[in-house]
Design a protein around this ligand. Structure first.
Ligand code: CUA
Length: 315
């Protein structure tokens, strides 16, 4: 599968109809703000350069002029600007879908301290920290949280919604073009709030279908070392928190590790997904991401090697 283009997390490079409407509104407000600023800065300079009237002069025309400026600049102009901005805001709001269409792809996104659980109920897929979406199709993302309030925030797609515990909110998301959008948790949720990153991977329909079918495949590893690793996975209690190969475990407190090799990052965007980084993560997660719920797992080098082989066997 070809790697897609990485797009900066900014709302000024909109990649969806909603984000485009919001960006247009932002530019309109910027232009109006600049015009108002320039007019008032000009008036301020003109006022400072005026000479004071002589005490003998008739002040009545001066007072009338002042009153006219106050009405025009303090009432009429703000009213016009606010009406224009209000109308443009209503127009932008129409771009935000109120509800998802019946044929929308459904994804369940759950915030945890400090990672994202991603489920595709109809497809039977569970993954973490990566949200794969097909380009041009509306996606209904049902968001909730397992612990505290997190926030799904994808500036390039114009998406922002709080992830609340014991409550599910739905946001409709649509990407126009293929690309990878980095999204950081938008609500302070604890010590590793900054290191809670979700990558939204927008793919063409064929790439997305290929990803779905690759995620749906489960195969048990056949190599001797990987089979040994499976024993370590169970014996060292990794299995208490992590699911693997579709097996639902008691805790499911940590990310599902099926197809881990296909993911871009470890620790929700913290480090590139390499064998060395996985080893470091297992050996001392608190040194890498203090405050994460993953405990240190004491393993011999041989056990670690076997465990890595098991995780690398993918799905
Ligand atoms: Cu999760 Cu901030």
């Amino acid at each position: 599968m070809a790697r897609t283009r990485l797009i900066a997390a900014t709302s000024l490079h909109p990649q969806s109809p909603v984000a485009e409407a919001i960006a247009d509104l932002w530019w309109l407000m910027l232009v109006l703000g600049v015009i108002v600023f320039l007019v008032f800065a000009g008036l301020l300079v003109a006022g400072l350069r005026r000479t004071a009237p002589e005490p003998s002069e008739d002040r009545a025309p001066h007072r009338r002029l002042v009153a006219r400026w106050i009405v025009a600049g303090g009432v009429a102009m703000p009213a016009v600007v606010l009406v224009v901005v209000f109308a443009a805001t209503l127009q932008a709001m129409r771009a935000v879908p109120a509800s998802a269409p019946a044929d929308a792809l459904e994804i369940e996104l759950t915030g945890h301290r400090f990672w994202y659980e991603v489920r595709y109920p109809a497809e039977g897929i569970v993954t973490a920290n990566e949200l794969h979406v097909p380009v041009g199709r509306q996606v209904a993302v049902r968001v909730t949280s397992k612990d505290v309030i997190h926030s799904l925030w994808v500036p390039a797609l114009g998406t922002r919604v709080d992830m609340l515990p014991e409550r599910t909110s739905t946001v409709v998301l649509q990407a126009d073009r293929p690309g990878e959008h980095h999204s950081r948790c938008g609500e302070f949720c604890g010590i590793q709030h900054t290191n809670m990153e979700l990558i939204v991977v927008a793919e063409g329909p064929d790439d997305f279908a290929a990803w779905v079918s690759s995620q749906q495949r489960f195969t048990e590893p056949t190599g001797a070392l990987a089979r040994e690793g499976r024993a370590v996975f169970v014996g060292a209690r990794c299995v208490d928190c992590h699911a693997l190969r579709g097996q639902q475990t008691a805790g499911a407190r940590g990310p599902d590790l099926t197809h881990l090799p296909g993911r871009r990052t470890l620790g929700a965007g913290l480090s590139p997904n390499t064998r060395e980084n996985i080893a470091d993560w297992i050996t001392d997660p608190q040194a890498i991401k203090p405050g994460a719920e993953m405990p240190t797992t004491p393993l011999t080098p041989a056990q670690l090697d076997a465990l890595l082989a098991y995780l690398e066997a993918g799905g």
